[in-house]
Design a protein around this ligand. Structure first.
Ligand code: ZN
Ligand code: FE
Length: 259
């Protein structure tokens, strides 16, 4: 196999509360933009790192994720990779991928998981060797995406796929929503000690204008209400002690929508 270096991730704010990401593989020189929220910010980041854009990885079709596709493709000739299930809505898509497909990014294996719920064709991108995943609007720190095009059952299935990843997996979400998510999480699981501690850390980070992303699968597993339908205190709060995990997840999502 030979030795592979770890992928380098460069994170930068875009638009109101999006994050842009560049993923760089030193061995091949490949650089991918994960989604294209803002062309200018992405170009600035590329320049700053002296990297050349070779790929775009789209998680889903929303404008704050694929809005810069065509302009960047025209300027850089980057190959656009996106969800097969939603190919018609991904501008300029070149390579369509679906569940469990593996794409070689240089020598780095990138595994695709379909995670419908937020949109019907949402995909996430997992680089096992580097232990990182880009989850778009499927999972947020202490939250999950709104159900615009899918059912609670679909979204819970999608989130369960993420729960199978190693604890230490580093999770890159597409938005900085964490502080508001923490308020909701505390309201629904007020006795969760890990959550209480994390909420305080989040307040400190945001007070200093620092990102709360990335997070990890372990941290989310311990504190994210959308990953904890079997938590007793969470079930107590919503008054569904005997509900199925999907029912608890659905009720939690609905409460967040109305929070
Ligand atoms: Zn979205
Ligand atoms: Fe978004």
């Amino acid at each position: 196999m030979g030795t592979k270096s770890m992928l380098e991730v460069h994170q930068f704010p875009c638009l109101e509360d999006n994050y842009g990401y560049l993923v760089h593989d030193q061995d091949s020189g490949f650089t991918a933009a994960v989604d294209t929220p803002e062309t200018e910010a992405i170009e600035r980041a590329l320049k700053e790192k002296s990297w050349q854009l070779t790929h775009i990885l789209n998680t889903h079709h929303h404008f704050d994720h694929a809005g810069g596709n065509l302009e960047l493709k025209e300027k850089t000739d980057a190959v656009i990779i996106g969800p097969r299930a939603d190919a018609k809505r991904i501008p300029g898509i070149d390579i369509q991928l679906g569940n469990d497909d593996i794409y070689l990014f240089g020598k780095q294996e990138m595994t695709v998981f379909e995670t419908p719920g937020h949109t019907s064709g949402h995909c996430v991108y997992y680089f096992a060797d580097s232990g990182i995943i880009f989850v778009g609007d499927t999972l947020f720190a202490l939250g999950c995406g709104r159900l615009f095009e899918g059912s609670a059952e679909q979204m819970w299935n999608s989130i369960q796929k993420l729960l199978t990843l190693p604890d230490e997996t580093v999770v890159y979400c597409a938005h900085e929503y964490t502080q508001a998510n923490a308020q909701f999480a505390l309201s629904i699981e007020p006795k969760n000690k890990d959550l209480i501690k994390r909420a305080a850390e989040i307040d400190k980070l945001r007070a200093n204008n620092q990102p709360t992303i990335p997070t990890t699968i372990e941290l989310e597993r311990r504190t994210n209400p959308f990953m904890r339908p079997n938590s007793i205190t969470l079930r107590e709060t919503i008054g569904l002690m005997d509900g199925t995990d999907v029912e608890i997840f659905a009720e939690t999502r609905q409460r967040k929508d109305n929070f």
